[in-house]
Design a protein around this ligand. Structure first.
Ligand SMILES: Cc1cc2nc3c(=O)[nH]c(=O)nc-3n(C[C@H](O)[C@H](O)[C@H](O)COP(=O)(O)OP(=O)(O)OC[C@H]3O[C@@H](n4cnc5c(N)ncnc54)[C@H](O)[C@@H]3O)c2cc1C
Length: 300
């Protein structure tokens, strides 16, 4: 499908079939290489993922525009981000605003979108499939060995014991990467220890005062539109930052049918350090817990 630019055609094994993995696969195929994506989840987790979206600022939009039809997908399935309104949570007063004005966006060469995760993923996936990227879903990588030039090729082994050989392994397996842990174990552990040793209490507080955890959830846009108290939030495409005393909420329209809210908690609520793409269990949050943050929900 693509002309080959590479002098030597290599077989890349990319661990992680999310946004970075698919993007890397597409560009490597364009350069003429053979690419296999290895992903621990089944495909359904990505194709109909209702729980996340991506804020795509102009520098990333500019990159994605190089993939045919991507900006069209952003325009049809995503929503524009026009800026941010800052509200004082206790009084409902608007205390500041950032506007992404047309002139500024023109200078940056692109717009700022919010796009539901599955719409972006499906677009990249269809492109990868059309250019013969190979896929191994349900393959959780347990370990990788990086080979020995001229003697043995790199090898990836799944938790079920299946083996996969390629010329180059790419780690696109997220922020808790198994591959990074294998390539850079010493560096990672040095960084971990230097982080905790060097940051004293005052500098930690300066990064994230009192915020232990944040949670994202989405509400069908129609429900927000049909609520007379909340309808005003759907009259524009600004992100809305509600700033309280030690607590914050950030919300906005995402795509055609979701209103997304991030709640920043001053305490550890869910007891887990991480979420994954298959974390689809609904998590109840009670009014008492929100009150426990000393923030009183307010209609303005
Ligand atoms: C639930 C959730 C909601 C989010 N919501 C937002 C949002 O509203 N707005 C926003 O801007 N960003 C959001 N994000 C963050 C954004 O989605 C990430 O920044 C983006 O997905 C990063 O892409 P990535 O490809 O680098 O990594 P990831 O999306 O983390 O992908 C890593 C991939 O590697 C796979 N993998 C990991 N380990 C292995 C292994 N051992 N073997 C095989 N495969 C493996 C994982 O299953 C995953 O598919 C959210 C993330 C999550 C998890």
């Amino acid at each position: 499908m693509f002309p080959s630019y590479a002098d030597h055609i290599l077989h890349f094994g990319i661990v992680g079939g999310s946004i970075s993995g698919l993007s890397a696969a597409y560009w490597l195929r364009r350069a003429g290489h053979i690419v296999t994506i290895i992903e621990k989840h089944p495909i359904q987790v990505f194709q109909d993922q209702k729980y996340g979206g991506l804020r795509i600022p102009p520098n990333i939009t500019r990159l994605f525009k190089k993939i045919d039809g991507m900006e069209d997908t952003f325009q049809k399935k995503g929503s524009l981000n026009e800026g941010t309104l800052f509200y004082q949570e206790e009084t409902g007063e608007v205390v500041g605003r950032t506007l992404f004005e047309e002139e500024l966006m023109a200078d940056l060469g692109s717009k700022y979108y919010r796009v539901p995760y599955s719409d972006l993923w499906n677009h990249l996936y269809e492109f990868c499939k059309a250019c013969d990227v190979r896929f191994k879903f349900d393959f959780q990588v347990a370990r990788a060995t990086f080979g020995n030039p001229g003697k043995e090729v790199p090898k990836i082994t799944s938790t079920a014991g299946e083996e996969f050989h390629c010329d180059v392994i790419i780690g696109a397996d997220g922020h808790n990467s198994t591959i990074r842990e294998m390539i850079l174990p010493d560096l990672l552990h040095d960084e971990d220890s230097s982080d905790s040793d060097e940051l004293d209490e005052s500098s930690k507080a300066a990064h994230f005062p009192n915020i232990e955890e944040w949670v994202t959830f989405s509400i069908p846009l129609d429900k927000v539109k049909n609520d007379s108290d909340l309808n005003f939030l759907t009259q524009h495409y600004f992100g809305v930052m509600w700033m309280g005393d030690g607590v914050a909420h950030f919300s906005g329209i995402e795509g055609n049918d979701q209103y997304v809210i991030n709640v920043f908690y001053p305490f550890r609520r869910f007891g887990s350090d991480d979420m994954d793409w298959d974390s689809t269990e609904p998590i109840p949050v009670s009014a008492e817990e929100i009150e426990g943050t000393e923030c009183v929900p307010l209609c303005v």
